[in-house]
Design a protein. Structure first.
Length: 319
């Protein structure tokens, strides 16, 4: 029986219950039900007994909250419902974040990147979770607590005008901006993954080229000065620029950066050993890592020598 927007049910023992809120879920509902029962315990101390029940309807299980004791005045009805709205909003927000969010990410990946293998899709999935948990921009604008706050607000606003919420439909139609943000994170994760694949292929090709090229010098010393500016010397401290200048000149100056310049020079020289001086220069870390990836055990990171000290002094003076 429904009166003025409230649903009443006779329990069969002469006691009427009034349905306050109901949430439709798919999958396991025990955690939601147990948490609702625990949270609603505080209302018992105020003379209100909240009964939590579960009703199956098709693929959904509806977890309902009904009141069986206490004065069913309008004032009490609104007060109890407001308390339940807060409890349910917290619980369902956590349910969405802990369960539905990962399902959404998986769904985005399967639909948009079906040309990737299962293993590659798994890597994009892992990258997406990593971005959600550690990327500074994401944490600032779309971090866990911010996502939770926004979802809770939407749920409480929804219950201002409705007493039944189906989570699937709510996420689909009421959390469009949330889903769009997740979609953008998946796109970023996929872009990062494809860039990593391209980088691996780039390193593989360079390794092959070096393995088939005759070495021009036995040893090359790369001295990092400031940011990514560098010089290349032989074992006697003599500059080697003239030995690779023709290869650098063939590069497109509009596309060339210091990392490209260094890799082009070293690949042309193909030394048996590459010694990097001042390798901890923050501005050159990516460049140094690329050298290490390409030359592998032929690369050596200098732990501190006269060239390193001169390079550090040069950097300080330049700054």
């Amino acid at each position: 029986m429904e009166i003025a927007g409230r649903t009443y049910t006779n329990t069969g023992k002469g006691v009427s219950t009034m349905k306050l809120l109901s949430v439709g879920l798919t999958g396991v509902t025990q955690d939601v039900t147990a948490r609702l029962q625990r949270d609603c315990g505080s209302l018992l101390h105020e003379g209100f007994r909240i009964v939590i029940d579960e009703i199956s309807k098709g693929k959904y299980t509806f977890v309902g909250c009904s009141i069986t004791e206490g004065e069913l005045s309008f004032r009490n009805y609104e007060r109890v419902k407001d308390a339940l709205k807060t409890y349910v909003a917290k619980i369902i927000a956590d349910f969405i974040l802990n369960w539905e969010e990962r399902k959404l990410i998986r769904r985005f990946i399967v639909r948009r990147y079906d040309y990737f293998s299962k293993e590659e899709q798994d890597q994009i999935y892992d990258n997406s979770l990593q971005l959600l948990s550690s990327n500074p921009v994401v944490l600032r604008e779309f971090g866990l607590q911010e996502r939770r706050r926004r979802i809770m607000t939407r749920i409480m606003d929804y219950f201002d005008h409705h007493h039944e919420l189906v989570v699937d439909g709510f996420v689909q139609f009421r959390l469009k901006d949330y889903r769009e943000n997740l979609g953008r994170i998946v796109e970023k994760a996929a872009d990062d993954f494809m860039m990593a694949l391209e980088y691996k292929e780039y390193v593989r090709v360079l390794r092959y080229f070096i393995s088939t090229q005759e070495s021009q010098v036995p040893e090359a010393h790369v001295v990092i000065h400031h940011s990514q500016f560098f010089s290349i010397l032989d074992a006697y401290g003599k500059a080697l620029e003239h030995q690779y200048s023709h290869a650098v000149a063939a590069c497109n100056p509009n596309d060339l950066d210091y990392e490209d310049l260094l890799i082009t020079a070293l690949v042309t020289l193909s030394p048996y050993r590459v010694i990097i001086h001042n390798p901890c220069n923050i501005g050159a870390l990516n460049m140094v890592n690329t050298v290490r990836e390409v030359f592998e055990d032929r690369s050596v990171m200098c732990q501190g020598c006269e060239l390193c000290l001169e390079s550090i002094a040069y950097t300080v003076d330049s700054d």
